[in-house]
Design a protein around this ligand. Structure first.
Ligand code: RAM
Length: 342
């Protein structure tokens, strides 16, 4: 049987068969009878979105039984901070690294070094370029996210007025991809009376996001709407809008955590926003990392499927990207229900 066919067979047969097939294959770095060491490296510590992903990762680790999940991230979202962490994880001989990348390309060399040392590297949430990972796990479809954000702000503004985007870091793979699709969507003639004034970066930091939002109000007195496709950015933009007495005058949408945005959704500062379940994202990333370690899988190809515990079957798509689901829209009618979960 061809090697690729063997890999495929293993991946589609599900957890029971997978553990059976690989019971004999101890991984390097996994002490005999010891736990599989999976490192979740996030953009930065202190971001509640990633705390929720960590929670999901722990759920998967518990369910799988013999996983030690190491949660790490730099104090600020820089690729340099992540490179230093990965270097030390290589030295610790972890079995897998799942990373939400602060840069698409800058992390490729260190990720390659990790893979050459036998570590299974995947990206999740924010991708590394294909050379630097076995696969990328996307919470949702990038095009859908980018285009729907513009559709929401346009609806809130009756298709009229100046808008701005307040993003995370300037190098973030995920936000940059979504912003590209936002710009494409804005080219549709139905947005002829709308104008994108600026894209600014709050770096997923509280004060910088707040300052950048305030800066937008000053620089663009005719600003009518802001899209903030980051859970940190949208929360501090909402706060800045309220503090400046601009609620209702500047509409806000983006990607927010229901637990952090509940008050702003309820009082109308942000009428609608989107997101997906970050707990499920962390669960899935950890579960897939485990399957790759167990199967000693070094490459996958489009069309393969994984059986990922409670998430069911997920299929690898183009460029080895696995897409989880559709973004969910939150508004006054459903925010209370989700605010207690994530
Ligand atoms: C922030 C991070 C993360 C992104 C969410 C929407 O927490 O930038 O990468 O997916 O927002």
């Amino acid at each position: 049987m061809k090697k690729s066919a063997v890999v495929l067979m293993v991946l589609v047969t599900g957890l029971f068969a997978a553990s059976f097939a690989f019971a004999a294959g101890q991984q390097e770095g996994q002490a005999a009878g010891g736990k599989i060491k999976i490192a979740m490296v996030v953009k930065s510590l202190g971001n509640t979105f990633f705390d929720a992903a960590h929670q999901g990762g722990e759920q998967a680790a518990k369910e799988l039984g013999n996983v030690d999940l190491i949660y790490q991230g730099p104090s600020t979202p820089t690729p340099e901070g992540q490179i230093a962490l990965i270097d030390s994880l290589i030295a610790q001989r972890v079995n897998a690294i799942e990373i939400s990348a602060n840069d698409t390309d800058a992390l490729v060399p260190i990720a390659k070094k990790a893979m050459a040392a036998g570590i299974k590297v995947i990206s999740f949430d924010s991708g590394i370029a294909p050379d630097g990972r076995i696969l990328h796990l996307a919470a949702s479809n990038d095009e859908l996210i980018g285009r729907s954000e513009v559709q929401i702000i346009a609806k809130l503004l009756n298709y009229q007025g100046e808008i701005a985007i307040l993003s995370a870091t300037a190098q973030a793979t995920n936000q940059n991809t979504w912003i590209d699709y936002m710009k494409k969507e804005l080219q549709d003639p139905k947005y002829a009376n709308m104008k994108l004034d600026a894209v600014v970066y709050g770096d997923d930091l509280a004060d910088k996001s707040y300052r950048e939002a305030t800066g937008l109000f000053k620089s663009y007195p005719n600003l009518k709407g802001i899209i903030s496709p980051t859970t940190v950015g949208i929360m501090y933009t909402a706060k800045a809008i309220e503090d400046a007495g601009l609620a209702g005058k500047i509409q806000l949408t983006g990607l927010g955590l229901p637990s952090q945005m509940k008050q702003y959704i309820t009082d109308g500062t942000c009428q609608e926003m989107e997101l997906w379940n970050p707990i499920d994202l962390g669960y899935t990333a950890t579960y897939i990392s485990y399957l790759l370690v167990k199967g000693n899988v070094t490459s996958v190809s489009p069309g393969q499927s994984f059986t990922v515990g409670k998430m069911g079957s997920l299929t690898v798509g183009d460029n080895n990207v696995v897409v989880m689901g559709k973004p969910f829209v939150f508004d006054k009618s459903n925010i209370d229900k989700f605010a207690s979960i994530y």
